[in-house]
Write a protein that binds this ligand. Sequence first.
Ligand code: NAP
Length: 232
Amino acid sequence: MTKKTILITGANKGIGFEIARQLGISGHHVVLAARNELRLQQAVQQLMDLQVDVSGLLMDVSDVASIGQAADEFGRLNLKLDVLVNNAAILDKHDHSILRDDEVILKQTLTTNCYGVLRVVKAFLPFMKNPSRIINLSSGGGSMTDPVGGWSPAYCVSKTLLNALTRQLSAELLLKNISVNAVCPGWVRTDMGGAGAALPVEKGAETPVWLATEAPQYLTGLFFRNKKQIPW
Ligand SMILES: NC(=O)c1ccc[n+]([C@@H]2O[C@H](COP(=O)([O-])OP(=O)(O)OC[C@H]3O[C@@H](n4cnc5c(N)ncnc54)[C@H](OP(=O)(O)O)[C@@H]3O)[C@@H](O)[C@H]2O)c1
């Protein structure tokens, strides 16, 4: 196995932490990014206790200045990235109606889930290797072909936009040999997915971990669930 350096945003808990744990225990260097210093330190310590090669990076993906500072900090580590996992996202608990909800909900959701991804990609691009990979945690809620249920509409719109961003980034980064794909992890038992969700967090991390390690590099500009391509 070739040891990779893998940065994961929103990695202090949930699917992001589990992606880091699985990749870390299989021997990769994982860089956990999180917005809260204490939660970041706790997550880093949990992986250190498992003998994982882990670093921590403070980064709020909704804050341009914080992303810039994180990229500067990363630059001082003298590392190059094999994989960037854009995992951090929000789903506002008041996100019920695209017609009636305050537009602030849509704005904040897009700022974190879409602009956040784009800004992180731009800030970390100088550190991406040739070849390397970008993995965007999307959702079936963003699909334009699955029947949309009308749940959490701002969140679903943000994931549709993230899918479109995935396609655009994939096209622009083709010549740099950087693959860019989106993943629906399924409905997973995390703070976001809730206790009644169908899947354990280990299963939610499965396809992102596969895309980070085993998936062929030529796969790019695609949407995956259960390690299989799905329609947009
Ligand atoms: N769970 C599901 O069923 C499900 C289904 C489809 C897609 N997904 C996607 O999978 C990904 C992970 O979801 P999850 O279920 O693990 O969610 P989660 O348990 O709510 O964890 C989300 C993570 O993102 C972080 N985060 C949120 N806003 C951030 C910001 N501005 N800057 C940095 N970090 C931020 C959170 O940090 P804090 O602890 O500081 O809040 C947390 O670490 C998301 O992209 C989500 O949309 C999840």
